[in-house]
Write a protein that binds this ligand. Structure first.
Ligand code: KG4
Ligand code: ZN
Length: 347
């Protein structure tokens, strides 16, 4: 079984080809990705109309490239998978309509994939040496049940996975997502979009205790809130302009912001494992690439004897490998023409 998967939910246009082998492992035969990030960074964020136009330019070249790298033709593909939501409607439409056209013209099944679930499926991919993933092979995948922590640019959620098709939403953010908070705070520091990884790099040489930022969402529930932290950083900067800070103070501020975001995520994750008696945790989404989050979570979970599953850093942000791998656990829809992009698709 070979699946060609397409992801176009935001500002990345991606395609991947994956195959299930005789041992039941899902091998990545190829993947390719085009991003309009450089364009978006000039404007401090994603402009939906512009992202959609860039999707249109990239979709066919990206699909062609992934087929070529897999050394396969369209006729060799058994099914087409596509992200149907959530995301930006203009961007999603490009991927969904392309996938529908391919499925109909080739007479192949179409598989709809929820982007939020897909993020976790980097953990079920067996990355082949031919696929240039810098961080190498993934850890083994978690067995069920496990706690899923999704920390992306647009979502922050805790999920209890009982099987590939059964999961319960335990809690999520009331306002900004963790990645959004990283990006907004980074922007206040004058860093270009998306600033999460840049802020994290700066934080490496900073003191996380230098700037006391408020501890958010201290209530014993599984909900998150990050917008207060962003306001606190904005207030701090209005009293102490960043151009007056020394390099060390600048790094200290970055480290303090990162610490406040990570502290909340780790505290709520620990609360979730305690209240649901879970022994495995998997993280996913762009912020799962953050090394401070990974190490803090690892340290905390070790004390509870909980195993942490982390995807390769390169597969945390949007890509089509996760979409394609998730498709192996979904049923194709009866009529490909009925597939519709849904920007507000939930879990
Ligand atoms: O999962 P993703 O590609 O986007 C959504 O599907 O929403 O994640 C992108 C987010 C951005 O907010 C970006 O700043 C953040 O992930 N991010 C990071 C790091 N790498 C990416 N945040 C903190 N530290 C990082 N190393
Ligand atoms: Zn994503």
């Amino acid at each position: 079984m070979v699946i060609l998967g397409i992801e176009s939910s935001c500002d990345e246009t991606a395609a991947a080809v994956c195959r299930k082998n005789k041992q039941g492992e899902i091998e990545v035969l190829s993947h390719s990705l085009a991003t309009s990030l450089v364009l978006q960074s000039n404007f401090g964020g994603v402009i939906p109309e512009q992202a959609a136009r860039e999707q249109l330019k990239s979709i066919i070249p990206v699909i062609k490239k992934s087929l070529k790298e897999a050394n396969l033709k369209l006729e060799d593909i058994d099914a087409i998978a596509v992200t149907v939501g959530p995301g930006l409607i203009g961007s999603l439409l490009v991927g969904v309509e392309t996938a529908k056209s391919l499925a109909c013209s080739l007479g192949k099944p179409l598989i709809k994939v929820n982007h939020l679930l897909a993020h976790f499926y980097a953990l079920w991919a067996t990355v082949q040496p031919s696929a240039p993933i810098k961080s190498g092979k993934t850890d083994s995948s978690p067995s069920f049940p496990f706690l899923g922590l999704l920390v992306s640019g647009s979502h922050t959620d805790l999920l209890l996975f009982k099987s590939h098709s059964e999961y319960t939403h335990l809690g999520g953010t009331r306002d900004d997502a963790a990645g959004e908070c990283f990006d907004k705070c980074a922007r206040l520091l004058g860093l270009t979009y998306p600033g999460g990884a840049k802020l994290s790099k700066l934080a490496e040489s900073g003191n996380p205790k230098a700037y006391p930022l408020p501890k958010s969402m201290t209530e014993k529930n599984l909900e998150f809130s990050f917008s207060g932290l962003k306001t606190a950083v904005a207030n701090l900067i209005s009293n102490q302009p960043i151009n007056k800070l020394t390099n060390q103070q600048f790094s200290d501020l970055a480290a303090s912001i990162q610490e406040a975001i990570v502290e909340q995520i780790v505290r709520k994750t620990v609360l979730a494992i305690q209240s649901h008696n879970i022994s495995r945790v998997a993280i996913a989404g762009g912020v799962a690439a953050n090394s401070h989050l990974r190490s803090t979570l690892q340290k905390q979970l070790q004390t509870y004897n909980i195993q942490l599953f982390t995807p390769p850093v390169d597969l945390c942000t949007d890509n089509a490998i996760t979409t394609t791998v998730r498709a192996f656990f979904e049923t194709p829809i009866k009529d490909p023409l009925l597939a519709q992009a849904n920007p507000n698709l939930s879990l």
